[in-house]
Design a binder for this molecule. Structure first.
Ligand code: HEC
Ligand code: HEC
Length: 175
């Protein structure tokens, strides 16, 4: 009898431990890996079919605004629609995605408090990130020519903020 109670308690504990909100893998890995984020981060990555080697061949950084206009993106500053290499990309597992984010932020060289602030500002206010979250802005997912990216971060901005905060407050673990 006592043993079975022990087993039940242990089981309940392990299920909660598995769903630990402070782990990057619990909610965030799949969200960071939606096409709305990775199509742009893969832009200059040939192996991952980056757009700069396909439909966007030969388009310079100054040209982005001709098609990804303010009407399309809803950005305050249209020229903030851009891509660059050296970010996390598609196909990375949870650990790799999380480590790449920290590398992009040069986290190794900063106080943890500052990194936490910077990542929070980026993930809650950056126009590119908000564009990739379903219904975070009226223009989220909108592309030129009436096209729309459908694989965006689901469940909305409030849930996103809760989950990002849980990860930051838990020490930004890459598990
Ligand atoms: C239009 C292209 C584009 C889209 C869409 C985009 N990003 Fe980025 N991302 C960038 C660029 C460019 C940078 C580097 C400059 C910067 O920090 O904003 C970046 C940097 C980052 C960084 C590194 C932090 C930093 O400050 O450098 C993270 C994390 C990130 N993006 C997450 C996301 C997430 C999550 C999404 C989707 C919800 C997303 N991005 C959508 C272009 C994009
Ligand atoms: C001539 C018009 C035009 C120009 C210039 C242009 N784009 Fe695009 N872009 C499009 C169209 C149309 C799509 C949707 C179809 C596709 O993916 O090619 C698109 C899609 C994208 C996507 C895919 C987003 C997603 O999640 O599906 C990214 C990222 C992107 N563009 C980035 C850029 C960047 C960065 C630049 C500047 C270097 C740029 N574009 C210049 C027309 C343009």
């Amino acid at each position: 009898m006592k043993i079975s109670i022990f087993v039940v308690v242990l089981l309940a504990w392990s299920i909660t431990a598995l769903a630990d909100d402070s782990n990057f893998s619990t909610h965030l890995h799949s969200k960071f890996q939606t096409k709305g984020c990775t199509n742009c981060h893969d832009f200059f990555d040939k192996e991952r079919g980056g757009l700069s080697f396909k439909s966007h061949k030969g388009r310079s950084p100054d040209m982005c605004v001709y098609c990804h206009t303010q009407d399309v993106t809803g950005f305050k500053h249209t020229d903030e629609w851009f891509a660059q290499p050296g970010l996390y990309t598609s196909g990375m597992d949870s650990q790799q995605t999380c480590e790449a984010i920290k590398t992009a932020l040069h986290a190794k060289f900063k106080n943890k408090g500052m990194v936490a602030r910077q990542i929070e500002i980026h993930l809650f206010e950056d126009p590119r990130v908000l564009w990739g979250i379903e219904e975070a802005t009226p223009n989220s997912g909108m592309l030129p020519g009436g096209e729309k990216e459908k694989d965006l971060v689901k469940e909305g901005l409030t849930k996103w903020k809760d989950q990002v905060r849980a990860w930051i407050q838990g020490g930004m673990k890459c598990q």
